[in-house]
Design a protein around this ligand. Structure first.
Ligand code: ASP
Length: 442
């Protein structure tokens, strides 16, 4: 049976009209059998400029146990579909007064957002509610749990039992530990739940309904009116995700990719307009070798120079140094006598992290070396499967950057030739993205 799994983000579930829209979309295609929901998000209407997502309200509730806040949360559900909310107040009270503590308590309250939402949506659609207890076993890393592999068979079985009779609605974002505690995935984890279900069922497509038209070829905060991408591969989106293309949860990508499930990222309010398809492969237009350009600042680099560094077998000592100081290495660039290690500035915040790394590097590779630290770097990523084997493209991009007076501090190209990362000064970020966008993507 062909099944479409549709996941609705919190921004698509904020009022009664949203639920009616979900109902219409579901009825529009009989293959839309599985719905996964997040907790209600921020409302968009006038008067709600400082609105709070239900998950954030629940986090606050777990900290304060404030009864007024609990009532406000229930009111959010009543405004979605008042008829289905009768038992929610009792359910929330029980959850608040349950005999669990600390991180497990926090997760039990956080998960209430998705659980209640799925019950309300199931009621409104006349669909069957599936309890994650029946399918998702997770690790017990509360707040950052992972779905355990045995969940796959359970997911298949439980959902296949139910979809014969109609649509099923499943809360995203959480599962149960082997000891029976609720454990939530990382924030935004309903994407992961949806992708996991789509992969388990070998779904025809995984629809990710959001408040955005799809994936854009550049960040609209940097580039005026960037075009929407029609089709992009899993790998291309990973390359761009490196520099801020974060429309879709990273762990979700893993699940759909391992089963080649196409993902359709689309805007709920624009239905039936198509959004962006993320697929295993696509045909690349020879005239358009790039699919997107991304830029992110917040990087810094350590350049270590020593005569004969390459042959001296010192790379392990260098990496060990970064590991000892818990500074994650993002990527590396090297030449004959030098190596540049690029890290995120936010990972160097620990007091003396930078001076400790420098001191330990000198100790490891000798004081006759030179170590230069450079901050305020940005990474410009150009990506597209059309880059592969394309003679002269990287020279061409570099001269485009040179014409815009952008200096390149380092270049990194993976051997797959699918993307190139340029290290540039943060102050050049915006003009670099625009230069590349105008030349290759406009
Ligand atoms: N409601 C959760 C969050 O805000 C999970 C999700 O929306 O996917 O992170």
């Amino acid at each position: 049976m062909d099944i479409i799994v549709s996941k609705y983000g919190g921004s698509s579930i904020t009022c009664k009209e949203d639920i009616e829209r979900i109902k219409k979309i579901t009825e529009d295609d009989v293959r839309r059998k599985v719905i996964v929901v997040s907790a209600p998000g921020k409302r968009h209407e006038k008067g709600y400029e400082n609105d709070t997502k239900v998950t954030d309200m629940l986090i606050e509730l777990a900290r304060t146990k404030d009864a007024t806040l609990a009532n406000k949360i229930i009111d959010r559900y009543k405004s979605l579909w008042p008829e289905n909310c009768t038992s929610l107040t009792d359910d929330l009270c029980k959850r608040m007064n349950g005999d669990i503590h600390d991180a497990a308590y926090m997760d039990a309250l956080k998960a209430f957002g998705e659980e209640a939402c799925a019950k309300v949506v199931a009621g409104a659609l006349g669909a069957c509610y599936i309890d994650p207890k029946d399918i998702f076993m997770t690790t017990n890393d509360f707040g950052n749990a992972r779905i355990l592999p045995e969940s796959e068979e359970r997911t298949k079985e439980r959902i296949r039992q139910c979809v014969g009779n109609g649509v099923v609605v499943i809360p995203g974002f959480y599962g149960y530990t082997r000891d029976g505690f609720i454990a939530t995935l990382s924030r935004g984890g309903s994407d992961v739940t949806g992708a996991y279900i789509a992969a388990s069922l070998d779904a025809l497509v995984y629809e990710n309904f959001t408040d955005r038209e799809g994936i854009l070829a550049a960040d609209p905060a940097l580039v005026d009116n960037p075009a929407k991408i029609e089709k992009i591969t899993y790998k291309e989106i990973r390359d761009l995700a490196y520099s801020g293309f974060t429309i879709f949860h990273e762990d979700a990508m893993n699940h759909v990719e391992r089963k080649f499930i196409p993902v359709h990222v689309r805007k709920t309010a624009s239905y039936p307009h198509k959004g962006t398809y993320i697929v295993h492969d696509r045909v690349s237009d020879v005239k358009r070798p790039l699919i997107g350009v991304a830029y992110q600042h917040g990087f810094c680099s350590f350049t270590i120079e020593r005569f004969g560094l390459n042959g001296a077998n010192l790379f392990t000592a260098i990496f060990d140094t970064f590991q000892q100081e818990s500074v994650a290495v993002e990527f590396v660039n090297n030449a004959i006598d030098d190596i540049t290690i690029i890290v995120r500035e936010e990972n160097c915040k620990k007091t003396h992290a930078i001076s400790n790394v420098v001191k330990k590097l000198y100790a490891a590779i000798g004081t006759d070396s030179s170590i230069k630290f450079q901050e305020h770097l940005g990474c410009l990523v150009v990506a597209g499967k059309g880059l592969k084997g394309r003679r002269g493209i990287s020279a061409d991009i570099q001269s485009t950057l040179a014409d815009t007076d952008v200096n390149i501090c380092f270049i990194s190209q993976g051997s797959q030739e699918r993307s190139i990362i340029y290290g540039i000064a943060s102050e050049d970020g915006k003009k670099a993205v625009n230069a590349v966008y105008d030349k290759y993507l406009r």
